[in-house]
Design a protein around this ligand. Structure first.
Ligand code: FE2
Ligand code: FE2
Length: 274
């Protein structure tokens, strides 16, 4: 199976990058399944139902969120009606939405998607390791799902790497999101799980993690309340991770970073025809 997971969409630049590049990638890479992180899609903060529709129309099968899940209040009333829109599973009990989705992709195949949020330098949530252990006890590779994609949404590389090794051999992919900066460590771990510490964002890289540069620089320099943060609006770059899995085991046989756009060195995997 061929999977693609696109990093955090930031504002219009990120949305336009997805709309412009994802349909072509979907056919060029003959993708079976596409997930997208949309936590910053609405002007840098949260997502709306309307944006969800546009991301699905561009070729996404599933949208994941993160710590910005609730920045657009309307999504709170919408999330339970959309089985393909998920937020971190380790939010407190009673939080709207769900942290997992088992998605039928046709020809009897299912992909299980799970999102957890890290805790270092993040909001104090329930233990993401325990939450993943519990969720995966009933969602096993080649039993309940043909492929399993897990998003570890967090700041600290050490916590994300530990989590990748923790799930090694049990899932197809552990991919980090949230920092908006792509890491160069895409690899297949010893047990067969594809791993990358952070995919990077889909957004304008002439920015501070997707935001116009002036306000964040000013905040760091002066430690005073300054201008509001707003998304940078130059042309966006799509960043994603591409994974091929073995149909017999569900584990990864190939993992590569994908970058398409004006500022970062571009990378698109060469693949055989499906
Ligand atoms: Fe983000
Ligand atoms: Fe985040």
């Amino acid at each position: 199976m061929r999977l693609l997971y696109c990093g955090d969409i930031v504002g219009r630049a990120g949305r336009d990058a997805i709309i412009q590049h994802l349909p072509g990638l979907r056919s060029r890479l003959a993708l079976d399944f596409v997930a997208v992180n949309g936590e910053n899609a609405a002007h840098g903060f949260g997502i709306t139902a309307d944006i969800c529709r546009k991301v699905y129309d561009a070729g996404a099968d599933c949208i994941l969120l993160g710590n910005h899940a609730w920045d657009q209040r309307d999504i709170i009333g919408y999330i339970d009606s959309d089985p393909r829109l998920i937020r971190p599973i380790n939010y407190p009990q009673g939080t709207p939405g769900k942290g997992e989705a088992l998605i039928d992709i046709g020809r009897g195949r299912k992909v299980y998607v799970l999102q957890v949020m890290a805790r270092l330098f993040m909001d104090p949530l329930d233990d993401p390791f325990a939450a993943a252990e519990k969720a995966l006890a009933t969602h096993r590779l080649k039993r309940e799902a043909d492929a399993i994609l897990v998003d570890m949404h967090g700041e600290a590389t050490s916590e994300k790497t530990s989590f990748g090794h923790f799930l090694d051999g049990r899932v197809s992919l552990v991919a980090g999101t949230h920092t908006h900066v792509p890491t160069a460590d895409a690899q297949i771990l010893n047990g067969g799980t594809a791993y990358i510490t952070d995919i990077g964002m889909c957004g304008d890289y002439d920015s501070v993690i997707g935001m116009k540069k002036e306000a964040p620089i000013d905040r760091f320099r002066r430690k005073m309340p300054g201008d509001r943060l707003g998304p940078a609006d130059g042309e966006g770059t799509l960043c994603a991770v591409y994974v091929e899995t073995d149909d017999m085991t569900g584990l990864a046989t190939r993992v590569e970073a994908v970058r398409v756009g004006p500022r970062l060195a571009n990378a698109v995997p060469e693949v055989a025809a499906a």
